[in-house]
Write a protein that binds this ligand. Structure first.
Ligand SMILES: Cc1ncc(COP(=O)(O)O)c(C=O)c1O
Length: 410
């Protein structure tokens, strides 16, 4: 079972789904009366209230939500968007399909964007910074927000991996111009596949809504013909997904409390190991705690210990490290090369992406691993705790880790 929400799917989700089937309406639109359960709209309202934002737009994936954040802001050809080199490939793809260029930046000991490195990559073309809260850990939002504000850039939060995490007492996703969440099977809560955009910006919301539904006004209310802001596509969420997510949302607080208790237990069992380090948490109270990221004294020891545990170092995480994204590095588009990687209309020369271009990130990732606390992703590491695992399993796993660590100490 990959993520915590998926492990708990049961009767509450079934009851919500039954409501939808009985109503006979599977699309998010229906009559404004008691015959229509309006699960998607109710889920949007519930998340907006928890995140403290005025608008939430449920969509079919986190990738779509990222694309909508960018197009909602009007990002397009000729623009640059700063993204971390350690993220899921969707962060890059959304920028590319908005036909802007991703500019890769280093991560720091938070395993999220390094604000100092970001600052050096801002150019007159930069339109936005995407802060990705990797492995549930909120990025340095105060610094990134100050940078964005100081240069008149939009800060977008990719909180796909951090639904339910917070920074300074506010949910991540609510700190910039727009934030996004994912509800795929590896995430805090899930409906199989789904996503959400949150924002306080009415204009951005209206544009994002239009892009997600053929140019329509929010909830298809209001005059449309002749007044649609742009051609849109279809990224709508169905009532079936909204139903499952409403039930999952009621489980969120229990999930987060359980993850944090297990993270604290595992950390307390490991922290006296000689030479061990942990990633920095810019707001320790807000970490989602799906992962305890461990830093080794050097890459050789990290490789040896992870091999013994049947795990991997984070640099080998195929989907999450820029140097493994050959489709990005080679600028592959549907038609071969072209916009945004190589376009005479917008840039003097082609984009230049290379393995090794982020040496600080490469070095950090090569000497670290995730001790999974509630998301067991075979692509990251089959080792770790599942959501239903108790203290006894945590003790056993930690003992396994300790033995490997001590056996490979130089
Ligand atoms: C950091 C990050 N951004 C974006 C996404 C895309 O979300 P989805 O899979 O819902 O499209 C993911 C999904 O794994 C992710 O981890």
């Amino acid at each position: 079972m990959p993520g915590p929400g998926l492990e708990l799917v049961g009767d509450e989700e079934l009851a919500e789904l039954t409501d939808v089937i009985r109503s006979g309406r599977l699309s998010r639109y229906g009559p404004d009366d008691e015959t229509f359960p309006a699960k998607v709209r109710r889920f949007e309202e519930a998340v907006a209230a928890r995140a403290g934002v005025s608008h939430a737009l449920a969509v079919n994936s986190g990738t779509s939500a990222l694309y909508l954040a960018l197009t909602g802001l009007g990002v397009g050809p000729g623009d640059e968007v700063i993204v971390p080199g350690f993220t899921y490939v969707a962060t890059m793809s959304a920028v590319v399909y908005a036909r802007a260029r991703p500019v890769l930046a280093e991560i720091d000991a938070t395993f999220d964007l390094d604000p100092t490195d970001v600052s050096g990559r801002i150019t007159p073309r930069t339109r936005a910074i995407i802060a990705v809260h990797m492995l549930g850990n909120p990025a340095r939002l105060a610094e990134l927000r100050a940078l964005a504000d100081g240069h008149d850039l939009a800060l977008i939060e990719d909180a796909a991996q951090a639904f339910g995490a917070s920074y300074g007492g506010r949910w991540v996703g609510s700190h910039g111009a727009a934030g996004i969440y994912s509800f795929n099977e590896y995430k805090t809560i899930t409906c199989g596949d789904g996503g959400m955009l949150v924002t306080d910006d009415e204009a951005l919301y209206r544009r994002a809504f239009a892009m997600h539904d053929q140019g329509h006004s929010p909830l298809r209310h209001g005059v449309e013909v002749g007044a649609r802001p742009m051609l849109g596509l279809n990224f709508r969420m169905t009532e079936l997904e909204g139903a499952v997510l409403l039930a999952q949302l009621r489980r969120l607080d229990g999930i987060v409390a359980h993850l944090r208790a297990n993270r604290d237990l595992v950390r307390s069992l490991l922290e006296d190991l000689p030479g061990i380090g942990f990633r920095e948490l810019p707001d320790p109270a807000g970490d989602l705690a799906t992962h305890l990221v461990v830093i080794f004294p050097d890459a050789a020891m990290a490789a040896a210990v992870t091999a013994e545990l049947g795990s991997i170092t984070l640099d080998r995480s195929g989907w999450h490290v820029y140097s493994h994204m050959e489709h990005l590095l080679e600028g592959r588009t549907v038609s071969g090369r072209g916009c945004p990687f190589d376009c005479a209309c917008t840039h003097e020369g082609p984009a230049d992406y290379r393995a090794g271009m982020l040496p600080a990130s490469d070095a950090l990732l090569a000497r670290s691993m995730s001790f999974p606390i509630g998301v067991v992703d075979p692509n990251l590491a089959p080792f770790g705790l599942h959501m239903r695992d108790d203290a006894e399993v945590a003790h056993r796993q930690a003992e396994h880790f300790r033995t490997a660590w001590l056996g490979h100490m130089g």
